[in-house]
Design a protein around this ligand. Structure first.
Ligand code: TMP
Length: 208
């Protein structure tokens, strides 16, 4: 079993995950802790190469099962090359998205079903789960307005409102089913207040 601590950030588009990861990393580093920030899909050169292939505009259509396999292949690379070594030396690993993204986006949003996602997850990460998952939750309209402002328009960001509502509900259901691992954070608040809520959740979870 890894010695370190694995914290994942999840949520729909425009929830502010990257900003909050940066802030939590600074908070933990101030305490003298070894912190690694990473992301999915990606997080090591081979997984980033899969991400580029997956999101490149030339490949604008993927069969949904192929897409799931690509994401899971990237996850295996990320775990073996970045996450497990860092946890093994006792680091705090903060990941921008992880398996709950696949459950919400591919399992529910794209309709593949959670069984398919879970069976592949068991292959790439047997007996492994984050120690804590922070779900940054906000109304879909607000998230979409934020990404419109940023000018982002990747594959899923372009999907319609109903798709994003489905994602939000999927995430909230996952959180409800696993209250020990999840904390739901109201991400519609100011950046400062969200950062406070994130730090509080981490301090409480790990008695820091
Ligand atoms: P990002 O914008 O958070 O970097 O993520 C890129 C896109 O990848 C985002 O729209 C969510 C999507 N994604 C999935 O569909 N399934 C997954 O398992 C992961 C990790 C991300």
């Amino acid at each position: 079993m890894p010695k370190g601590t694995f914290i994942t950030f999840e949520g729909g588009e425009g929830a502010g995950k990257s900003t909050q990861i940066r802030r939590l990393a600074a908070f933990l580093r101030d305490k003298g802790l070894d912190v690694v920030t990473t992301r999915e899909v990606g997080g090591c050169p081979s997984a980033e190469a899969i991400r580029d292939l997956w999101l490149s505009p030339e490949n604008d259509y993927w069969d949904s099962v192929t897409e799931l396999l690509l994401i899971m292949a990237a996850r295996r690379e990320h775990l073996v090359k970045t996450v497990f070594p860092a946890l093994g030396r006792g680091a705090w690993v903060l990941s921008d998205r992880f398996a709950d993204s696949t459950r919400a986006y591919q399992g529910v949003g794209l309709g593949l079903g959670l069984d398919k996602v879970e069976s592949l997850y068991r292959l790439v990460a047997p007996d492994f789960a984050p120690d804590l998952t922070l779900l940054l939750d906000l109304p879909v309209e607000q998230g979409l307005a934020r990404i419109a402002q940023r000018g982002d328009d990747d594959r899923y960001q372009q999907k319609d409102r109903a798709f994003h509502e489905l994602l939000r509900q999927a995430y909230l259901t996952l959180a409800q089913k696993d209250p020990l691992r999840f904390r739901v954070i109201d991400a519609s608040q100011s950046e400062e207040r969200v950062a406070d809520a994130v730090c509080r959740a981490v301090r409480e979870a790990f008695s820091l």
